[in-house]
Design a protein around this ligand. Structure first.
Ligand code: IFM
Length: 477
């Protein structure tokens, strides 16, 4: 499947490669009280004082609920072949259970049909963190019954949209949902306890497995898989202690999710570590790992940056410390290191360790704070460099034989960036708050050029100069 650099110097991607963008319901939709939508944990959390920068909420955000048709036109103009969005569980089942809300289904019907009319593949995520508050009140992801609720919700989505949707994502970033929501308390529902985070992560993984199983029995054609946020992890030095710390941190962020999903078993070292530090893992029952490992059709990989760790202790006893960003590595406007070379390494590692499961890059993006000038142009050169170097990194992985089948830039629109509110801008399209006016940034145009060429033109990726320098600076410590 390798498509090497062609005679014209274009780094071509395989035919049929998916070029997409991503968003999620709470981050872009707004309209939180319309058409019977129920309350989600993020409505409750964002309205609590002090939880989100500037007191921002998703009440209106990018107003995608009303402006979806315009957004589909923008996607068509960029030449996109796929759109990853999420279904808001509280729009479909306002209280998290029971008969679907017809108006909620109708919204996604309209969106899906319009995408298909423009030749854009709809790729919904079933769960991108907006749990119905009614389920949270019954225990949420700490309670095993939420897994059953989720399987039921997923089945209803397959029934409603399965005739038109060929690509399904189950759960977005269970590590982030569990760690930020239950260990660090900076995402909904705002708990701070490692024991709870481990429990929530297990139930989120079970929810993934239960949804895959429900899909298989639904009789619908199509493919389904989870979306994991993977952080290639490097030791800060060559010392044995730092190497051990890196292995632990990798186990916590990556292997705890990869291994049950792709091998049907939790990693023994992490079971031992969590059992020792967080207490008995009594939420894990016989047969659970097998359910999580129900074969999926692909792996969704979200990649933003690497992680460098050293020996030490976290506030709650995990035996590693995450190092601050290195001063000599370029950073985005949110301070995250730009390390495209680590994306290639990550993809090769996933293939080497877990075999040839097809991979979709389901998120990759960066924050830059440029805004439109008087001429309406947003010259976001940082985002363009990020995009090009990371697309090049994916191409390198494909050349190395990794079966990457698609790339979704995060995000189509500037949107509500969770606890960061609106101050972080991830979009290829600038959104003016509160008017909602959209303006495609220069990065959006650069992405359109990549899509049109199905690859990187030589003037975009050069053999020396900034992009390769960035990749080189990403070599593991
Ligand atoms: O905006 C988020 C998204 O919801 C999940 N993945 C990471 C993105 C950037 O932080």
């Amino acid at each position: 499947m390798t498509e090497p650099t062609d005679a014209a110097g274009v780094r071509r991607f395989p035919g049929g490669f998916l070029w997409g963008v991503g968003t999620s319901s709470y981050q872009v939709e707004g309209a939180v009280h319309e058409d019977g939508r129920g309350e989600s944990i993020w409505d409750r959390f964002s309205h609590a004082p002090g939880r989100v920068v500037n007191g921002d909420t998703g009440d209106v955000t990018a107003d995608h609920f009303h402006r979806w048709a315009e957004d589909v036109e923008i996607m068509a103009a960029l030449g996109l072949s796929a759109y990853r969005f999420s279904l808001a569980w509280p729009r479909i089942q306002p209280a998290g259970r029971g008969r679907p809300n017809p108006a909620g289904i109708a919204f996604y019907d309209r969106l899906i049909d319009a995408l298909l009319e423009r030749g854009i593949r709809p790729c919904p995520t079933l769960y991108h963190w907006d749990l119905p508050q009614a389920l949270e009140d019954e225990g949420g992801w700490l309670d095993r019954s939420t897994v059953d609720r989720f399987a039921d919700y997923a089945s209803r989505c397959f029934d409603a949209f399965g005739d038109r949707v060929a690509t399904w994502f189950t759960v977005n970033e269970p590590w982030v949902a569990a760690t930020l929501g239950y260990r660090l308390g900076i995402h909904a529902p705002g708990r701070r306890d490692l024991r709870l985070a481990v429990r929530a992560s297990h139930h989120l993984l079970l929810a993934h497995g239960a949804a895959v199983r429900a899909f298989r029995t639904s009789g619908h054609d199509g493919r389904i898989g989870v979306v994991l946020s993977l952080a290639p992890t490097y030791a800060a030095s060559r010392s044995a202690a730092d190497a051990e710390a890196a292995r632990g941190s990798d186990g916590y962020t990556n292997r705890w999710f990869l291994e049950p999903v792709l091998r049907g078993a939790y990693p023994a070292d992490m079971l031992e570590l969590f059992g020792r530090i967080a207490g008995p893992l009594d939420s894990i029952q016989p047969g659970d790992a097998e359910l999580i490992g129900t074969p999926s059709d692909f792996l969704g990989v979200n990649y933003y940056t690497r992680r460098v760790v050293s020996a030490g202790l976290s506030h709650d006893g995990l035996p590693w410390r995450v190092e601050p960003a290195a001063p000599d590595v370029p950073r985005t406007d949110t301070g995250w290191e730009m390390t495209p070379g680590c994306l290639t390494e990550l993809l090769v590692r996933v293939r080497d360790d877990y075999g040839d499961i097809p991979i979709l890059i389901t998120e990759n993006g960066s924050v830059w704070l440029d805004s439109p000038g008087p001429d309406g142009r947003t010259p976001d050169t940082g985002r363009i460099a990020f995009l090009r170097t990371h697309v090049a990194a994916v191409h390198r992985a494909i050349e190395g034989g990794v079966p990457v089948e698609g790339y979704f830039y995060w995000s189509l629109l500037d949107n509500f960036e969770w606890a960061e509110g609106f101050r972080s801008r991830f979009g290829l399209v600038h959104v003016d708050y509160p008017t909602g006016r959209r303006l495609v940034k220069e990065s959006g145009k650069a992405y359109a050029a990549i899509i049109a060429a199905n690859g990187l033109l030589p003037e975009i990726v050069v053999e020396s100069g900034p992009p390769e320098e960035l990749a080189a600076s990403a070599a593991p410590a």
